[in-house]
Design a protein around this ligand. Sequence first.
Ligand code: ATP
Ligand code: MG
Length: 200
Amino acid sequence: MSAERDQRHADRMARKKAVVDAAIARATVSKGLILVLTGNGKGKSSSAFGMVARALGHGMRVAVFQFIKGSGATGEQAYLQRDPLVRWEECGEGFTWETQSRERDIAAARAGWEKARAALADPAVGLVVLDEMTYLFKFGYLELEEVLAALAARPPAQHVVVTGRGAPPALVAAADTVSEIADVKHAFRAGVAAQPGIDQ
Ligand code: ATP
Ligand code: MG
């Protein structure tokens, strides 16, 4: 019985391998990608910073723009910005309910965007991360059309990762890969403060 079961499994795996191999063989395009990481669950920025590490492992130059700064630098920032291939810019002054100054927030967002726009025109930069950018559209700090135009005109091999909740449909449409992270559970709601190494 066991031999029969082993054989069935081997046959199934062989069929699966043929399908996967054929799909891999069809994927022959190589190009810079736009990724959007959205949704209410935890893991958007940390995923983006994981890709920063990946890119660095391949010797690529990386630029990170954080549009809404939290209450302190994350562990990834502390660690990754030591690398000379990394440029790490904090563009926002804080969460909007902390600064409570729309004008200052807009000025910081615009200044950050001008720096990010320059990186999006620089073929030496292999990966650009636009962290928490979606909030700029939500609050009306920045025109989505302006960002979409810069994304469309960027160097063809450059990758871009955009994070933030509530990604606008036109950004999702422009992206190559989109992940929506669902909020199934979060320790914060059980009274756990942000933990170094996990949340910051
Ligand atoms: P991370 O930076 O951990 O990948 P994120 O980028 O997906 O999180 P943000 O909305 O940018 O999520 O929030 C960043 C901070 O808020 C992190 O400390 C994270 O743990 C926390 N956080 C994320 N999602 C939730 C949630 N659904 N409830 C409570 N706290 C959250
Ligand atoms: Mg985030």
